[in-house]
Design a protein around this ligand. Structure first.
Ligand code: 1GP
Length: 248
């Protein structure tokens, strides 16, 4: 296949894409379940899989999930890392992401220095990405000791996103946290989208066609759903959310 960045950027040029997030921790998701979800999400129109979680990720379960998802769907598997300890060449690439509003240097740059030599050695494609956590932030905000941007503090979100672009990052991800009761607001998405030139990814708490459509219309280039993809097995409903995210 072409490079991961090329694959994603080419698709985003044509319209908003949908990314399915899977947690590789076998206590939360078995390999068979991952395959089943991968087949279903491919059918629903999802564009790629992100694999990651805030806890319980190892190189082994990451590799096994990436292999399972790719085998079952033929779609790319992207490593969505949470710490520098897990890594696998089974993925098609990774979001090399810095949590700009974390207060712990491990998540801003120190973990990156630890893992970068291995990423280079294994030849894993790394796409530089800014990860900005917005309230409520959920588990990922707690684990990474992040000072969340307030839900309606559009200016601070724009500041972080612009800084990301000035630092040379090629993607900006606004994250409300997995299972969030309210996703990033359309107002914030629109303001950030207007300020930056790199693609904008939105995730956290999106589980209805209405929420997906609102994020797309506000300017999201990619919409991530995790909890919903793991919990819903009704292809019709999955399709409705994916189609609303993609505007098809
Ligand atoms: C979390 O943005 C993702 O990293 C997905 O969140 O599980 O709420 O879809 P959900």
């Amino acid at each position: 296949m072409t490079g991961l960045k090329e694959y994603l950027f080419e698709r985003m040029k044509k319209g908003t894409i949908h990314l399915s997030l899977l947690d590789p921790d076998p206590e939360k998701l078995s390999e068979d379940k991952a395959k089943e979800i991968a087949r279903r999400m491919k059918e629903a129109g999802s564009d790629a899989f992100m694999i990651g979680g805030s806890t319980g990720v190892t190189s082994e379960n990451l590799g096994a999930t990436a292999r399972a998802v790719k085998e079952a769907s033929g779609l790319p598997a992207i490593y969505f890392p949470s710490n520098p300890k897990a890594l696998t060449p089974e993925v098609d690439g990774m979001f090399f992401m810095s949590i700009l509003n974390s207060t712990n240097p491990l998540y801003i740059s120190h973990g990156h220095a630890m893992v970068a030599p291995y990423v280079a050695k294994l030849g894993i494609e790394a796409i530089p990405m800014a990860y900005i956590i917005i309230e409520p932030g959920m588990t990922v905000a707690k684990v990474t000791e992040t000072e969340c941007v307030k839900h309606d503090d559009v200016n601070t979100a724009v500041g972080y996103a612009l800084a990301a672009e000035m630092l040379g990052m090629q993607l900006v991800y606004l994250e409300a946290g997995s299972g969030a009761d309210r996703p990033v607001s359309p107002e914030m998405i629109a303001a950030v989208k207007k300020a930056i030139h790199v693609p904008l990814i939105i995730g956290g708490g999106i589980r209805t066609p209405e929420a997906a459509e609102a994020a797309r219309k506000a300017g999201a280039d990619a919409i991530v759903t995790g909890t919903f993809v793991e919990q819903c097995s009704d292809l019709n409903i999955l399709e409705k959310v994916v189609h609303a995210a993609k505007g098809i």
